[in-house]
Design a protein around this ligand. Structure first.
Ligand code: ARG
Length: 459
């Protein structure tokens, strides 16, 4: 039975009901709706709408309902209730009779859904934070193991300067840390409770909204009823944080797909996260990473959905806002699944150090070192850059690395070049020299990993 109907003479069409009902999506808010309803029953008792016994009866029935939902969540979907709020109220009335009909006094589904969804967001943020933390720890383990493993660093996908595989891992640790901090920031801002704001104008029952907010774990009550029932900033913020987070996971996936390719051969992914081809027996495809990269698209889609859905809505509540849940549920489910899959991928990575080293030796990634060498001999950098460009050209003509030019050839390029040039062109030298904060020198990476472990100790 619907929660309304008194002013209607005809019944809604089946087609409309199927279109309008949100239970198939918002059933996921059952526990939050029950929690909010129990808190509301306490508030109603403080203003004399419910006696203490009545409140207790309602709270007990709702607590029982909560454990039933826990045991068998599928029962929820076998109902034709309009939404989760109607379902919980219906079940309460089934359990306690007419007393249950008092619960909705002074409350609207508008402040109710806003509260339920905020409670859900708060819990989901905690879940995502722990998935991010586990992914960070997986990266730190690999970074620690591979802190000195040479890896060609790229710009424009051209070999640029050598870095280490550990340094690569640590780049993503930075990104994941920012993702977590964005969520914590979002958590702070969404911590105000809409309950007690009624449909849009506030409630006529003068309860202590601060106590109500605190009983639900919020910092404080929302301060404007119009805003409280129609604010979905937190949903948009979470989708935005998710989009940035997914962009990071997608880039990581892309790097790994490339490193795993036959062309690069830098890593091998574990059999646990790869699949074969039905036709080509030799194939081992990086499906997990490709799906992470692909799924980022649906999270960006959710953000666009939410922004577009909200932008033209007049104050206060409009039914358009019911669409928020499908988008945010999917975005958060996807983000969590991709974070957890990233952890699995990272845990199973085998780095082929000989291949990464060989690739780093090729591609003239020590050219900057030669320029720096000339600078140390008093040549202005711009001039040194030009001279080294000529040296590279000469080496390319012979299909040889820079360090294979003879001393005479080097001297012909610039007389300041001495025998010690060869030492500064070695891979080790060009890595070790970048031993400053944030740099790729193994000593620096080792230090960075140790520093991060301080704040990411496994619990
Ligand atoms: N199912 C609705 C939603 O998700 C709940 C609020 C309905 N409020 C109303 N006045 N129709 O937005």
């Amino acid at each position: 039975m619907a929660l309304w109907g008194g002013r209607f003479q005809g019944a809604a069409s089946e087609q409309f009901n199927a279109f309008n009902n949100s239970l198939p999506i918002d059933y996921r808010l059952a526990q939050q709706d029950i929690e909010g309803s129990i808190a509301w029953s306490v508030a109603l008792q403080t203003v004399g709408v419910l006696t203490q016994t009545e409140q207790q009866t309602i709270a007990d029935a709702l607590t029982q309902l909560s454990s039933k939902v826990n045991q068998d969540p599928s029962a929820l979907l076998q109902s034709d209730a309009e939404d989760i709020h109607s379902w919980v109220e219906m079940k309460l009335i089934e359990a306690v009779g007419d007393l249950g009909k008092k619960l909705h006094t002074g409350r609207s589904r508008n402040d109710q859904v806003a509260t339920d969804l905020k409670l859900w967001c708060k819990q989901t943020i905690e879940h995502i934070l722990s998935s991010i933390e586990i992914a960070i720890q997986a990266l730190l383990v690999v970074a620690e193991r591979e802190y000195a493993t040479v890896l060609p660093g790229y710009t424009h996908l051209q070999r640029a300067q050598p870095v280490t595989f550990g340094h690569w891992c640590m780049a993503y640790v930075e990104m994941l840390e920012r993702d977590a901090s964005r969520l914590k920031d979002c958590q702070k801002r969404l911590n105000t409770c809409p309950l007690g704001c009624g449909a849009l104008a506030g409630t006529a029952y003068l309860m202590d909204r601060t106590a109500l907010a605190q009983s639900l774990g919020f910092d404080s009550p929302a301060l404007n009823s119009l805003d409280a029932v129609s604010d979905r900033d937190h949903v948009i913020e979470m989708a935005s944080a998710a989009s940035i987070g997914m962009a990071h996971l997608s880039r990581m996936a892309e790097d790994l797909i490339f490193y795993n390719s036959g062309e690069a051969g830098f890593i091998e992914m574990s059999d646990t996260v790869t699949s074969g081809s039905s036709l080509m027996p030799q194939k081992k495809n990086p499906d997990a990473c490709e799906l992470i990269r692909g799924k980022s698209a649906r999270v960006f889609g959710a953000l666009t959905t939410l922004l577009t859905m909200m932008k033209g809505l007049p104050l206060a509540y409009n039914k358009d806002m019911q669409e928020d849940k499908e988008a945010i549920f999917d975005a958060m489910d996807t983000w969590i699944a991709c974070l957890d899959m990233t952890t699995l991928v990272i845990e199973g990575i085998k780095v082929h150090a000989s291949k990464t080293k060989l690739a780093a030796q090729q591609g003239y990634s020590n050219a900057t070192e030669l320029a720096d060498y000339l600078v140390a001999k008093g040549v202005p950098f711009r001039e040194a850059h030009h001279i080294v460009g000529q040296a590279v050209l000469q080496a390319i003509e012979h299909s040889l690395p820079l360090e294979s030019l003879s001393l005479n050839e080097f001297k012909a390029l610039h007389p300041a070049i001495e025998d010690d040039v060869y030492q500064s062109l070695s891979l080790e030298a060009s890595l070790n020299i970048r031993n400053n904060l944030g740099g790729a020198a193994p000593a620096q990476v080792k230090q960075a990993v140790a520093a991060k472990w301080q704040s990411h100790l496994p619990s």
